[in-house]
Design a binder for this molecule. Structure first.
Ligand SMILES: Cc1cc2nc3c(=O)[nH]c(=O)nc-3n(C[C@H](O)[C@H](O)[C@H](O)COP(=O)(O)OP(=O)(O)OC[C@H]3O[C@@H](n4cnc5c(N)ncnc54)[C@H](O)[C@@H]3O)c2cc1C
Length: 422
């Protein structure tokens, strides 16, 4: 049986970065378990582009976490360059807002002021001048920052797998975590479909599957707030001459009336290094159709076909905000899974397991986890090595008060002194 210092469950953006970080400690034995074969993520870490923004309107602690993530992504770009690999992060700037009294604009404005993020406030005319392809209603205001950008999830995964392997980490693909128990010597016994391992620490970074794992571990309060949700994105061919839609000229954006009615969008990336990928503007509705499923991607990304209603949901936004794309075709589209977090604060779950500090959890990111993933991977890696997180995680903890009600009696997966109903 193989024995590890730490096992990381999940080979997505969080797991892949965590396993690489841990592999950097000489002599530290770390493994990653990923239930699917190596290749494009079957979880949420796919789709060519992810918005990275420190500008925030929901969870305040995300801003410092994203600022730290940005440092990490820029450092990774330098490492990529050393290997002759295209960047994992493109700095495009960002544009965020809606009606002047909307929660998105007001939240974004408060966030940039509170955290000293350099920015401009633009009205509709100023937006038109800077970004001529965008059509913004006259009563809208937007925060424009320069440091937002695009993370490339597939490249992140490949790069981190490569680096982790170079450092001697074991990456076990097609290996599904099934069960855990405690051994008399204080180690954890991890059971998978491919046999058993022992480990001192366990990091759970299982994305939308985390609810299932947590349920098995008895954390009903959390799983009730952490539900796999089907999302959808479409790539629309913007124009024959698409210069104004390219990442050099158009920022990432989130615009809409309020939290529930807004879209997020990405510019075209062409001729960036050797890979002319993302040939259309990529658009998704932050709240798609409110469909909740089992996270099995065969049922989600591959099994459930996309339909006209999916496209119509996205066209509702593009027709209004990118009017010149009205008659342009959808080049490709995809359904996907993210985790809907309906806890009152909607903040992710990050920290050690309430009944067992050997287990560390990072999940429930509400479809926002790419931008946080650099900091999150660093935090879980530090916790696994008994180092301070360097962030105040109280508002993200599994034990935070808002998760206590409504909730069910908590069961744990192996005996502890007392089981308190919460
Ligand atoms: C369409 C879409 C758009 C998004 N846009 C943005 C954005 O613009 N900005 C942003 O910040 N975020 C965005 N997100 C969210 C972001 O992509 C995710 O938060 C992030 O990728 C999650 O990474 P992860 O590693 O936590 O989870 P995942 O990438 O889902 O990885 C979890 C992995 O765990 C594996 N796993 C699960 N259970 C087990 C098990 N029992 N044993 C072994 N392996 C297991 C899964 O197979 C999976 O590969 C978006 C998500 C989607 C779907």
């Amino acid at each position: 049986m193989q024995n590890y210092d730490c096992i990381v469950i999940g080979g997505g953006l969080v797991g892949s970065q965590a396993v690489y970080r841990l592999s950097q400690t000489p002599g530290y034995k770390v493994a990653m378990l990923e239930q699917y074969p190596e290749g494009p993520s079957m979880g949420a870490s796919f789709g060519e582009t992810r918005i990275v923004r420190a500008v925030e309107w929901e969870v305040d602690i995300y801003t410092p976490m994203v600022l730290r993530s940005l440092e990490i992504y820029h450092a990774l770009n330098a490492e990529c360059a050393a290997y002759g690999i295209d960047p994992v992060f493109y700095e495009t700037g960002g544009l965020y807002g809606g009606p002047a009294d909307s929660d998105i604009f007001k939240g974004a404005q408060e966030s940039v002021i509170r955290h000293n993020i350099p920015h401009d406030i633009l009205d509709a005319a100023a937006v038109k001048k800077r970004f001529p392809v965008l059509n913004i209603p006259d009563d809208y205001k937007l925060v424009h920052d320069k440091q937002s950008g695009i993370l490339v999830p597939e490249r992140m995964l490949e790069f981190h797998y490569m680096l982790a392997r170079q450092n001697g980490a074991d990456l076990h693909f097609e290996t599904r975590f099934k069960d855990i128990s405690s051994l008399p010597d204080g180690r954890l016994l991890v059971t998978t479909n491919k046999g058993q391992f022992t480990t001192k620490k366990l990091i759970i970074a299982a994305g939308a599957w985390s609810g299932k794992l947590l349920e098995d571990m008895g954390l009903r309060c959390v799983i009730d707030n952490s539900t796999p949700e089907r999302g959808y994105v479409a790539w629309i061919d913007p124009a024959d001459d698409d210069a104004d839609y390219r990442w050099e000229n158009l920022p990432v954006l989130t615009i809409g009336k309020n939290y529930a009615d807004n879209f997020y969008g990405f510019p075209v990336i062409k001729n960036a290094g050797s890979s002319p990928f993302t040939p259309g503007i990529k658009i998704g509705a932050t709240r798609h159709k409110g469909e909740f499923f089992d996270p099995d991607p065969l049922a989600l990304r591959l099994g459930i076909p996309t339909d006209d209603a999916d496209e119509a949901r996205v066209r509702k936004y593009t027709d209004k905000y990118f009017p010149a794309t009205k008659s342009r075709p959808v080049i490709k589209d995809a359904a996907c899974v993210w985790t809907d977090n309906d806890s009152p604060s909607e903040a992710m779950f990050l920290g050690t397991f309430p009944d067992d500090k050997r287990i560390i959890i990072a999940c429930g990111d509400n479809g926002e986890g790419a931008r946080l993933s650099g900091a999150v991977a660093e935090i879980v890696s530090r916790l696994a090595q008994d180092k301070p997180a360097n962030f105040d995680l109280s508002s993200l903890s599994l034990e935070r008060k808002e998760l206590q009600t409504p909730c069910h009696t908590r069961h744990v997966y192996f005996p502890v002194e007392s089981i308190e109903p919460c």
